[in-house]
Design a protein around this ligand. Structure first.
Ligand code: SF4
Length: 399
């Protein structure tokens, strides 16, 4: 298959792993690299890339799973809106099973609410067009990757003169999250693997502060094993050479200035707002809400009595620390016991981009100390076998 097989060639991966091992020997100390994007997390596990890393390089997981960072209070609000008479609540499929206070959107559907899974905001718009007598609410979550689609749906709804289409927004911006992580006292991040999909929209400029203010390299990466190994090598070379720059490994998809059409649509419909994140708390100007000109589509206004109250995660759930890179999923006391994909306690176990789901699916019995010396033998037979197995594994693509 073109543009996939080329990036999964095992001999090239082994060559990159050897180059990485050589470069890492020149690091002054062990390093921690955060892969920000949940799609990267799953690709790393799916292809067993931890086993190809030298002992000086450890990967930690970041907040780049849109379902995971949606606060529980907002999920609870969506459930409450879905229960209103005449409402059709539409959402992505992985949002359905995220637990609220007592149940999930899927549970609410089982109890009679009209909750429908769709693949995009435009699908939700089509439902609104087909049901003019119902109030159709789109649960508009996500990062810069999905926000342009939400903007296009709002613009199209206005063009069609629809008056029954609403957005319940929980839209988040990645650069403020990186700043929050860098400012946090409880985790050390030496460099970032930058998100590929978000960067197709925003380009490279919004990451410049990471390099210039914090002195940390950012390498924007693709999602195939060779992409990720090359990105890690580029980061290690920057650190060895004392550089901190924003580099793009994923050049086949990421233009330096991003996607101006998508950025224009986002700016036309949305404005920066203070946003609550699961794990990171409330961050100023870290989200996008509807502009006043689109207030008639704002679900918060249409359903004013269902305001989100405070609703922290269950005490046993360590999602917040996992989204900040402070802990790994096996360090959560209920990982794989009280919390499984069938019976999730937190969002990180539900979403296909969640770190807990990645651990559970690909290495449920490992201790989670990725990059620890015992696990790292570049180009070893075990790693090659893992890599080959990963190549054949189904699924694992991120949106
Ligand atoms: S394993 Fe479950 S309970 Fe633990 S952090 Fe992950 S999602 Fe939360």
């Amino acid at each position: 298959m073109r543009f996939v097989d080329e990036f999964r060639q095992q001999p090239l991966a082994q060559g990159l792993a050897r180059a990485l091992a050589r470069a890492a020997e020149r690091l002054p100390r062990p390093i921690q690299i955060m892969e920000v994007c949940g799609g990267h997390t799953h690709a790393i596990f799916r292809f067993g890339l931890h086993d190809l890393l030298p002992p000086q390089v450890r990967l930690i997981h970041g907040p780049g799973c849109p379902v995971c960072v949606t606060p529980r209070s907002r999920v609870e609000q969506a459930i409450a809106i879905a229960r209103q008479p005449g409402v059709i609540l539409t959402c992505f499929g992985d949002m359905l099973r995220v637990p609220g206070r007592r149940t999930s959107l899927l549970g609410a559907r089982a109890e009679g609410a009209d909750v429908r899974m769709v693949y995009s905001a435009l699908d939700a718009l089509e439902i609104a067009r087909a049901h003019p007598d119902r109030q159709v609410v789109w649960f508009a979550i996500g990062f810069e990757t999905t926000i342009p689609g939400n903007a296009m749906a709002a613009l199209r709804a206005r063009g069609m003169g629809l008056r029954n289409f609403y957005l319940l927004t929980s839209q988040v911006l990645l650069p403020p999250a990186l700043r929050a992580i860098l400012d946090a006292p409880d985790v050390r991040v030496d460099a970032f693997i930058g998100p590929g999909h978000v960067s197709t929209i925003i380009g490279t400029e919004p990451y410049r502060f990471v390099a210039e203010e914090y002195g940390r390299p950012v390498v924007i990466s693709g999602f195939e094993p060779l992409d990720l190994l090359q990105s890690i090598l580029m980061i290690v070379r920057q650190l060895v050479e004392g550089r901190a720059e924003v580099e793009v490994q994923y050049r086949r998809a990421v233009p330096p200035r991003g996607n101006p059409i998508a950025l224009r649509a986002m700016a036309e419909v949305f404005r920066p707002v203070t946003q609550e994140w699961r794990g990171l708390g409330v961050l100023p100007e870290s989200g996008l809400g509807l502009r006043p000109e689109f207030a008639e589509m704002d679900a918060d206004r249409a359903f004013p009595d269902i305001a989100p109250g405070e609703l922290p995660d269950p005490r046993a759930c360590a999602c917040g620390e996992i989204l900040r890179g402070v802990r790994t999923p096996p360090e959560c006391p209920v990982f794989g016991t009280g919390c499984t994909p069938e019976h999730p306690l937190g969002a990180c176990m539900v979403s296909p981009e969640g770190a807990c789901a990645a651990y559970y699916r690909y290495r449920p019995h490992r201790d989670g100390r990725e990059g620890a010396p015992a696990a790292a033998t570049p180009a070893s037979g075990a790693a090659a076998a893992t890599f080959a197995a990963g190549r054949a594994a189904p699924g694992g693509e991120s949106r």
